[in-house]
Design a protein around this ligand. Sequence first.
Ligand SMILES: Nc1ncnc2c1ncn2[C@@H]1O[C@H](COP(=O)(O)OP(=O)(O)O)[C@@H](O)[C@H]1O
Ligand SMILES: [Mg+2]
Length: 329
Amino acid sequence: MRIGIAYDLFDPSLVKEGPPDLYEEWDQEVTINAIAEALSQMGHEPVLLGGGKAFLDRILSDPPDLVFNIAEGYGTRSREAHIPAILEFLGIPYTGSDPLTLALTLDKELAKTVVASAGVKVPASRTAETVAELEEVEFPLPAILKLRWEGSSMGLRRNSKVKTREEMLSLGRWLLETYGRPIMVEEFVPGREITVGVIGNGRDARVFASLLIEHVSLPNEDFVYSIEAKRNCKEEIRYTVNPPLDEATRVALEESALSAYRVLGCRDVSRIDFRLGSDGEPYFLEVNPLPGLNPTYSDLWIMADQLGIKYQELVGEILGAALKRLGMA
Ligand SMILES: Nc1ncnc2c1ncn2[C@@H]1O[C@H](COP(=O)(O)OP(=O)(O)O)[C@@H](O)[C@H]1O
Ligand SMILES: [Mg+2]
């Protein structure tokens, strides 16, 4: 099968203006090559489609049989929906979630509202679009400040947990002015951080694995899986696949992950971030329907690697779920 890969490549020359993490979501060449290699090993013909206008030219002139989509897009909260919307319009099948789910899940506030409607616990939050709105926010502290729509810890720093109103206002002002998009002031969930990989569709959707993410020295209540921590993960972070949890917590975590996946309409694969609250319950933070597939540091790959699953098998599981859903298996 000819399988196109849709992606947005990180280009260091873009990082001239604005904060250094503005393009954090974009992929490295090594990731695209690893996916292409995995597809070849499975007997497919990978076609590099890229993103943006080049993608449009290529998809119109020589459409593949299927698109393996990891494109992050650029510019708006609908950015991840752009490529799937084009593919849907052209009637070309693709892996992963549809435009509605990709747009909904990038907006963490909207995603939480929908996930809470399915009975999953979520941290309380307020949003602010302007400094004036932020100044009106009355919220118990400590809290964490984050961008309402972004990923890869963009805008999330070591100091994103704020303990005083002064810290909240000064960090909030900086975020609003630097990134020019709305922010969330969110209840800080202080317990262990666990991300859950889900693969499949409908009744076949299953927990692939969960991953405990801990700082090597900081206690959980001071830990933020920040941009600095992600970039320095080899030194700072300890990852444990399928960590020992008491049975009730494990069941609650897995059920919450599957409920969130279903209610948001995720397809084929997603990675869902949770932290345990002081009540021991899992709190949903966000879902990543385009989870990173970097063959060194992406959480989904770390899960597979620790389980002895090869990169090609991981890509094969995602592709297999899509082909089955599409009736192309
Ligand atoms: N409400 C919260 N309580 C505690 N930590 C949080 C909360 N929200 C985010 N974090 C921390 O910040 C990290 C990144 O936040 P997340 O919402 O997952 O955004 P991203 O899309 O950038 O991964 C999380 O992995 C977690 O460590
Ligand atoms: Mg996250």
